[in-house]
Write a protein that binds this ligand. Structure first.
Ligand SMILES: Nc1ncnc2c1ncn2[C@@H]1O[C@H](COP(=O)(O)OP(=O)(O)O)[C@@H](O)[C@H]1O
Ligand SMILES: [Mg+2]
Length: 224
């Protein structure tokens, strides 16, 4: 049977995605006239085809392809929800998802685009929905949330089968409530966002709690 996205499959096969160490984003080689890279993560690169623009093709790095089936399965369990993309199909190396409009919250912070409170509430509701489906809402961070029509769309559900709380969302929410007014409407420089991101990812080395982490940022980067 023909699918609307088949037209992109040849092009997708011309692209190779490589993972990198230290949790750095993947890199891509190859070329295809009709494919546009619309985002990268640590496991995969995501493409849109000019010939089938309603889809997003999430192509995993070779050493991460076990996650394709995992993420497809999570999407199946999640079922239909406006909080998430739709997963139409999965192949050996990629998923066929609905293309979702909007900027990631990461880009919103960089570009000074206002993030309304509704985004926070949407993510809370989405997490509740995930739990009701028997899954664990993990890995919810600035690059995995899109600002879409004033609300949130959550990407990247591959970790929802893992146990444990990574507290990423709880920390972001607290940070939003306590500090967002300081940056609202201003673009935050890339070096600053990256520095804070890297400190956060290594926080267990230097500080044990959210409060200590915030304190070290205030000490070095922000003077009242
Ligand atoms: N369905 C989608 N529609 C539009 N952009 C997407 C979609 N899925 C992912 N992206 C973009 O691609 C990036 C990487 O996708 P993601 O699923 O988070 O990969 P990884 O699992 O490697 O982190 C996202 O941060 C986002 O910018
Ligand atoms: Mg991601």
């Amino acid at each position: 049977m023909e699918n609307d996205w088949d037209i992109a499959m040849d092009s997708l096969s011309k692209i190779t995605v490589y993972s990198n160490s230290n949790n750095e984003p993947v890199t891509i080689t190859g070329d295809a006239d009709d494919l546009k890279c619309i985002g990268v993560g640590t496991d995969a690169a995501v493409f849109q085809s000019l010939n089938a623009p309603t889809f997003a093709f999430k192509k995993y790095a070779k050493d991460k392809i076990a996650k394709v089936k995992v993420e497809a399965n999570v999407y199946q369990v999640l079922g239909n929800s406006h909080f998430f993309s739709t997963c139409f199909a999965s192949y050996d190396e990629y998923l066929v998802l609905s293309y979702e409009e909007g900027k990631t919250l990461f880009d919103c912070v960089l570009q000074g685009i206002h993030i309304p409170e509704k985004v926070i509430h949407d993510v809370e509701d989405a997490r509740e929905y995930v739990r009701k489906k028997g899954l664990n809402p993990r890995d919810i961070h600035l690059k995995n949330i899109l600002l879409q029509n004033g609300g949130a769309k959550i990407l990247d559900v591959s970790e929802y089968i893992l146990p444990g709380n990574d507290f990423r969302w709880e920390h972001l929410k607290k940070g939003y409530e306590q500090y967002y007014h300081l940056i609202d409407g201003n673009s935050v420089p890339f070096w600053l966002v990256e520095t804070i991101r890297k400190w956060y990812n290594q926080r267990n080395k230097y500080s044990s709690s959210y409060e200590e982490f915030i304190k070290s940022i205030e000490n070095f980067l922000y003077k009242k």
